[in-house]
Design a protein around this ligand. Structure first.
Ligand SMILES: C[S@@+](CC[C@H](N)C(=O)[O-])C[C@H]1O[C@@H](n2cnc3c(N)ncnc32)[C@H](O)[C@@H]1O
Length: 353
């Protein structure tokens, strides 16, 4: 999985427990990003719909969520990946733009990205393997980049991992079918059928995914766009069409409220952290359209409290959520008894470090 701002690796055990306890047969991951959470839901046996506006997220969702591992010929896929790994580098747009004008990758790896990406387009476009091969290439490139995890800048000295040779691996696909939707959550959410559990993990502030991961957008689009600035960002990063309403301070609260109200689900779960433009209390009010609301709070290492301003797992009062910094929250909304049952079920779950 790629390095990703706001990725919910630590919360996966809690979210998985919620999905299992809700006995969710159908689940929605509305801002799926790496698809990490959607994958965890799929592993529980749920039929998952994964939605995101990023092109690379759509590629991940088509590989990990809508591809069924039981229908993929693993030997054939492995042979194709071995063949791609054997291709010699041929410098092109990627090398010139992201290895010479900017320094996101070493040129010897950039040339291999150019050669492999061209081959995927030429030989596999339109096939069921296409998103799986793109996923393999994106993840391989991420393992040898020279950034701090975002693509607004590259590090001055080459990162140690950038010296490693780019190597594609066979993605660990999951059994079962699912649905991937590439689009704006605000448009997509109201069109989706009702599901058992919907998870929403929207951006919370000004940090745009389109610019932070512009290299991945270009690697998927493979359209050799004009670029600007030291980071060689795509010129269309300046277009309004590539800007998310969730990154606009004045518009975000209303958009968040609308997208929460727009999902149809028995249980609605929303992630949130205290760097957001909305407060936990505002988020709780937004979720009240779906019934009873409780909030789980986690600090950087451990579970610190259930239900805003109320208790820790030992039943001790831990103070108001709004007074504690650097926390992540999981807001759960639905029928009162079910929400209580879900909160109880998370009490012994340890979040990751
Ligand atoms: C906090 S990240 C999600 C991280 C994800 N849960 C994970 O663990 O990888 C937010 C995601 O929202 C997506 N996004 C931003 N604006 C969007 C919109 N209007 N509609 C759909 N997705 C959007 C971004 O591309 C990004 O992947």
């Amino acid at each position: 999985m790629i390095k990703y701002l706001g990725s919910k690796r630590r919360l996966v055990p809690v979210l998985t427990r919620l999905c299992e306890t809700a006995d969710a047969r159908t689940a929605l991951d509305l801002f799926t990003g790496t698809t990490r959470v959607a994958q965890a839901f799929k592993r529980t046996g749920a039929r998952v719909t994964a939605v995101d506006s990023a092109r690379y997220s759509d590629v991940f969702a088509r590989a990990y969520i809508s591809s069924d591992a039981r229908e993929v010929d693993l030997a054939a896929l492995t042979a194709v990946i071995d063949d791609l790994n054997a291709r010699p580098g041929v410098p092109g747009y990627f090398t010139e733009t992201f290895c010479e004008r900017s320094r996101f990758f070493q040129p010897f790896n950039g040339a291999r990205v150019d050669a492999i990406r061209d081959a995927i387009e030429r030989e596999h476009a339109g096939s069921p393997q296409y998103p799986i091969l793109l996923t393999s290439l994106l993840e391989a490139a991420d393992r040898v980049d020279s950034t701090t995890g975002v693509q607004m800048a590259y590090v001055k000295e080459w990162a140690a991992r950038s010296y490693l040779p780019l190597t594609l691996r066979v993605p660990e696909l999951l059994a079962g079918d699912g649905i991937s939707v590439h689009g704006d959550a605000l448009d997509v959410a109201p069109t989706l059928p009702s599901c058992d559990l919907a998870y929403l993990d929207p951006p919370y502030n000004q940090h745009r995914y389109f610019t932070n991961y512009h290299v991945w957008e270009t690697l998927v689009a493979w359209d050799a766009p004009e670029h600007y600035g030291v980071a060689c960002k795509r010129v269309d990063a300046r277009d309004d069409t590539t800007k998310s309403v969730f990154n606009r301070r004045r518009l975000m609260p209303d958009a968040l409220s609308r997208v929460i109200a727009g999902v149809q689900a028995r249980v609605v779960v929303v992630s949130y952290n205290d760097e957001s433009w909305v407060t936990a209390e505002e988020l709780r009010d937004m979720c009240a359209v779906h019934g009873h609301v409780q909030v789980l709070a986690f600090d950087s290492r451990r579970y610190v409290g259930a239900q805003i301003g109320i208790h820790n797992p030992r039943g001790e009062r831990v103070g108001e959520v709004s007074h504690v910094r650097n926390q992540e929250y999981v807001v759960i909304a639905g029928a009162r008894d079910e929400v209580r049952r879900l909160v109880d079920a998370t009490q012994e779950v340890t979040v990751g470090a």
